[in-house]
Write a protein that binds this ligand. Structure first.
Ligand code: F6P
Length: 568
């Protein structure tokens, strides 16, 4: 990507650019034919396959020809993606509605990076601060892992419960699941997020307070769910320890509760010793915070060395995004491609389909990353958006999804672009031996990934269906039109580094789309109204007549139903 000069203060209206008009014209007469494109162009796969760090990304089965690609790249140039990227990396306050810098990339800058690669916020070298906190997190995690950090009764910690929600939960739990092979045995992490009391009940089930440590993770330390859950866990701890002799309550909280937050004053008010708190900064968005101290539970699980590998993986992708020429810049290309699908070809959703059971929480993680970032109706200068924004991201691991919703992707009437993720090396190799044959089950698994992307791209014609001897009346039902777009992302293995690369890839894809649409991908005002109304409606559930009268008729009726059916 060319090095942008000045950041763009007001978003460019993308629809006024020549590139947009060109794309509109191309879309109008667009009749993708992947069969023909592959047949006529022997270099298509090579030209549309890219390397980004350890990731091999194949866009050849995308609905993309040379004209569309050129116009998309021109669009990226016209709206100033490079300039905005450089502004972000330099620590400029590109999160304008919150007046904040956006520097999650600084969380993975190496300790010894040269001066020109060390972003500064208000004159501070943030890389030094990042590594100070990391060192403290690493020391803490090591002490839990080696048993030198004990609970108040002197027993070693066996379970760590991360209490957090949204970005303070989804990243850690996704990575904890993804990196299961790297976890320390005998040390379990659980994740408590929902204010549904079922969650706290089930999360604490079977745990021994003497060997349980809580990490209260909250950027603001003001989130209702997290603070409520933290208080309930504190009561559970103190009640549970009451039978363990003369336990000092403050000492118990100090040994069993640590916190991660940008609001260290509120951490102290909660009763957590500031020495047991790990900070981060307002320039790290919640959904971009897995690689900050928010990842403390993960550091405990996989250890500092592996976490450092994860950070290094993030950084390699950041560097790719910063330095790769536009025509080879994978996050840029994927972001622009998503704009093509959603703004020109009418796609409403985007599936992410990992052929890796370990990535079963990856789509959920991406939902917050993409939809909280790009689900916006105004641009960063307050003007209304001029295009559709933010697709619905969703997905499930293959092959489970194949037996659930792939039918719609293959033969439904909607366009559903899909990213397929797969790894050459299995995390848990297994052989199925039967009928005196041995089958590598990972190969069976990957065969499905390859078969699905192939079927989606090339389909099956009526003649091919007939050639199988199919009765004419059911031929139409068995035809696959093909031309259903996929992106295949492969890596050698699901290591911590590769996971970091994948997350950073999608962060930058999200960023690219946000710049094209001219939106602030780093605020989340849309979640505020519901939070405020929940506080107002709460007393009405409890019978407060004034609060009830302030509700609309539907809400009042629902409350009446609740009060009638609640047994207490
Ligand atoms: O849902 C809104 C949100 O602010 C998310 O952006 C954030 O990740 C989550 O709530 C949790 O916030 P906190 O970490 O401040 O508790």
């Amino acid at each position: 990507m060319s090095q942008g000069a000045e950041p763009v203060d007001h978003p460019v209206d993308p629809t006024t650019t020549e590139a947009w008009h060109r794309l509109r014209t191309l879309a109008d007469g667009f009749t993708p034919d992947l069969r023909a494109w592959f047949a006529e162009d022997g270099s298509r796969v090579e030209r549309l396959s890219f390397a980004a760090a350890d990731l091999h990304v194949d866009l050849s089965k995308a609905l993309l020809d040379d004209d569309v690609l050129a116009a998309l790249l021109a669009l990226g140039e016209a709206v100033g993606v490079a300039a905005r990227r450089d502004a972000m990396l330099a620590g400029e306050r590109i999160n304008v509605t919150e007046d904040r810098a956006v520097l999650h990339t600084a969380l993975r800058v190496p300790r010894d990076a040269p001066a020109e690669r060390r972003p500064r916020v208000d004159g501070h070298d943030v890389v030094d601060e990042v590594h100070e906190v990391l060192d403290r997190v690493y020391a803490f995690a090591t002490s839990v892992r080696d048993g030198s950090w004990t609970g108040v009764t002197g027993e070693r910690i066996r379970t760590v419960v991360n209490i957090g929600i949204g970005g303070s939960d989804l990243g850690p739990v996704m990575a904890y699941e993804a990196l299961a092979p790297y976890r320390q045995e005998g040390l379990e992490c659980r994740f408590l997020s929902n204010i549904d009391p079922t969650d706290v009940a089930l999360t604490l089930q079977g745990l021994d307070p003497a060997t349980t440590l809580f990490i209260v993770s909250s950027k603001t330390f003001g989130t209702l769910e997290t603070l409520t859950n933290a208080r309930m866990c504190r009561s559970w701890l103190l009640e549970g320890l009451a039978g363990s002799g003369d336990v000092d309550r403050d000492e118990a909280v100090a040994r069993h509760f640590v916190a991660v937050s940008t609001a260290l004053d509120k951490v102290a008010d909660f009763g957590i010793d500031p020495d047991n708190a790990f900070g981060f900064w307002d320039w790290v968005g919640g959904r971009y915070s897995l690689d900050s101290a928010i990842g403390t539970s993960l550091v405990v699980a996989i250890g500092p060395e592996r976490f450092a590998e994860l950070l290094a993986g993030f950084h390699t992708m950041d560097e790719h995004f910063r330095t790769a020429p536009a025509a080879e810049n994978v996050p840029l290309l994927m972001g622009l491609l998503n704009v093509w699908y959603s703004d020109f070809l009418g796609a409403q959703t985007h599936a992410v389909l990992p052929y890796s059971q370990l990535l079963h929480r990856f789509p959920a993680y991406l939902q917050q990353l993409t939809m909280e970032s790009n689900g916006k109706g105004v641009r960063w200068d307050g003007s209304p958006v001029v295009t559709d924004t933010g697709e619905v991201f969703w997905g499930e691991p293959g092959t489970n999804g194949q037996h659930a919703f792939y039918q719609l992707i293959h033969q439904g009437t909607r366009l559903v672009p899909a990213d397929f993720l797969a790894f050459a090396e299995p995390s848990y190799p297994r052989t199925d031996t039967h009928d005196s044959r041995s089958v590598d089950v990972h190969e069976l698994f990957l065969a499905n990934f390859l078969a699905q992307t192939r079927a989606l791209a090339f389909g099956k014609t009526a003649d091919e269906v007939r050639a199988e001897g199919t009765e004419e009346s059911v031929v139409p039902a068995r035809v696959f039109t093909g031309n259903r777009p996929t992106t295949s992302i492969m890596a050698p293995a699901l290591t911590p580094s590769v996971l970091g690369q994948l997350v950073a890839l999608y962060e930058h894809v999200t960023f690219t789309q946000g710049v094209v649409w001219g939106i602030d991908s780093f605020d989340q005002w849309g979640v505020e109204l519901g939070k405020k109304l929940a506080l107002e409606v709460g007393p009405a559930l409890d019978g407060d007549a004034d609060a009830l009268a302030a509700q609309d008729a539907s809400t009042q009726a629902l409350i009446a139903y609740y009060r009638e059916h609640r047994s207490r």
